[in-house]
Design a protein around this ligand. Sequence first.
Ligand code: ADP
Ligand code: ASP
Ligand code: MG
Length: 406
Amino acid sequence: MALIVQKYGGTSVADAEKIKNVARRIIERRKRGDQLVVVVSAMGDTTDDLIKLAREVTEQPSERELDVLLSTGELVTSALVTMALRHMGYEAISLSGLQAGIKTDANHSRARILDIDSTRMRKELESGKIVIVAGFQGVADDMDVTTIGRGGSDTTAVAVAAGLRADVFERYTDVEGIYTADPRFVPEARPLRDISYEEMLELATYGSKMMHPRAIELAGVYDVPILVVSSFTESPGTLIHGEVSMEIRNKVRSIAHDLDVAKITVVGVPDRPGIAAAIFVPLAEAGVSVDTIVQNASINNITDLTFTVAKSELARAMKVVEPITRSIGARECVSDARLGKISIIGTGMQNNPGYAARMFSTLSEHGINIQLITTSEIRITCIIKESLVKDALRALHRAFRLDEKT
Ligand code: ADP
Ligand code: ASP
Ligand code: MG
């Protein structure tokens, strides 16, 4: 008898019909004689709706109370899935994060999972029940409810799979796996058979919101292979794992994009020690997370410093940077909030300059100007105008022949 952990995302449990569909999927698995722990997300846009509701009551909700409120989204789903299973004649029980033993630190809205006490989950499994766990939440030492960051149900599910040493972890969603690009933007995109943890981590970090980067990181550390499959069709899905075969090691595997990019340039910065610290320390203290940073080579000891932030953080970042611009004697500080990011990803790109050349020439053939470039060993990212991201995606998808079967 195998122990299976499954996770169903918000799109898979968006209404009562979909919840019944999920219950039927769970039962199919159960009929094979396996033990099952199922982690669920909140229904559809519930979390966004709850945040909106809190903001209608107060502009600055207490972080503790916001966590109490947001945790209810996943609780609703866990109870409804359990009811559906029981209605279909199967023994099941829902567990909140606290009951499932998900222990976190006390950082509300972005808590980290520290430990899983699986005693209760094991007890329920041994009594023959299907266990439905509310994702995205845990409990701190003082027994306060915490949430673990947007998209955190994936992280809960990986942690549960690792904590229970599950034989298989299946992550159900509304598409047939991990695609060569977001299928909503590139109709020719196709599901990959498999992808490495490192590639998936870059994909998740550089745009594809479909899985939380922390979940992938955790899966890599504990070596929990993730099978990403559709809740609605029968397809083999994509395996995210550590051993990817040699022939696909030498390719661009997928293209990620991110439309949430704003750029700030501090122009005419005197090039002397301490300038970067003068700008970035106050930004960090204000809680603004800065992404790409580029400093031009200086001419006559004057340089430009450019960095990117999420669009939602631009106003806050400008408020911090404008007075600093004056105090360090820089000329001015300008911003652009209409940018996007496009990244080609694949292990085996290192040591092969051909990939960068092909990316840049494809963009230039399509008249797309590159504003910033950053790279890792397995990724090349270009920042371009937001309105050109879709064209760039499709052009690169063709140029790297991602629509062809591997
Ligand atoms: P869930 O509700 O299961 O968490 P999400 O809506 O968060 O689902 O994520 C699934 C969506 O992610 C897909 O519908 C798809 O549009 C989008 N997506 C973005 N990039 C990719 C990709 N490379 N492969 C598959 N889906 C992607
Ligand atoms: N419901 C939470 C969110 O929308 C967590 C999740 O779905 O993974 O962010
Ligand atoms: Mg999701």
